[in-house]
Design a protein around this ligand. Structure first.
Ligand SMILES: [Zn+2]
Length: 217
């Protein structure tokens, strides 16, 4: 999940629910951006140019919605870091608000992809080659691709058939593109990242179903 950014009104549910230190109880307190730590000090000096409609997504059926350049680390993966994991998140936000947080230069957080609940539409916010700030663990950030899913961990109605299906197709593609085994050892929850303080995707995420879909995609 991502934390509410100070420029966005924290949703009541996110505030009540978050697995992290959501002491961000007012709109004026600076978010701690736990997903990003400690990547914030490692941003590259020369971000890859984005925008102008010339930055294609890495996956055919996604919309390119680039994160602000201050919210991820430019890299040349897999040349500088191997890509070994897909990290599954539930955003504790809506699809649009998640993208908005990644595009807010103050938020210090990003994931590579965001999948919508109602129709499975998918946005890419960070190139696969670059390092997203989503795992709350620099080593895992460098070695993973993060997928955020619209919704809340305790509200499984957000976990629609089309969300599972579209996300699984994306994860299968990522595994094939980067040589990642399609197993639970390599397709992990944010909560399974060492040192994780976040609980997403939570106990209501259907891992068995998801892995079946990934392996049959
Ligand atoms: Zn998360």
């Amino acid at each position: 999940m991502v934390l509410p950014s100070p420029r966005f009104r924290p949703s009541r549910r996110a505030m009540l629910r978050g697995g992290a230190a959501l002491a961000v109880a007012t709109t004026t307190v600076t978010a701690s951006a736990a997903d990003a730590v400690p990547g914030a000090s490692r941003r590259a000096a020369t971000p890859r140019p984005a925008g102008g409609g010339v930055s294609p997504a890495d996956f055919p059926d996604v919309v390119w919605a680039p994160a602000d350049a201050s919210n991820f680390t430019v890299a040349t993966r897999p040349h500088d870091h191997p890509v070994e994991f897909v990290v599954i998140h539930v955003a504790q936000e809506t699809f649009q608000d998640t993208i908005g947080i990644f595009q807010n230069p103050s938020s210090d957080v990003s994931a590579h992809y965001v999948v919508a609940s109602a129709d499975g539409r998918t946005a890419q916010c960070v190139h696969d080659a670059d390092i997203g700030w989503h795992a709350g663990n620099w080593d895992y950030n460098t070695r993973s691709i993060g997928i955020e899913h619209e919704g809340w961990v305790d509200e499984p109605a957000w976990f629609t058939d089309v969300l599972y299906e579209r996300s699984a197709v994306l994860t299968a593609h990522l595994c094939e593109s980067h040589g990642i085994p399609k197993t639970r050892a390599h397709i992990i929850g944010h909560n399974e990242v060492p040192g994780a303080t976040h609980t997403d995707p939570g106990p209501l995420w259907d891992w068995e179903r998801y892995l079946d879909l990934v392996n049959s995609a």
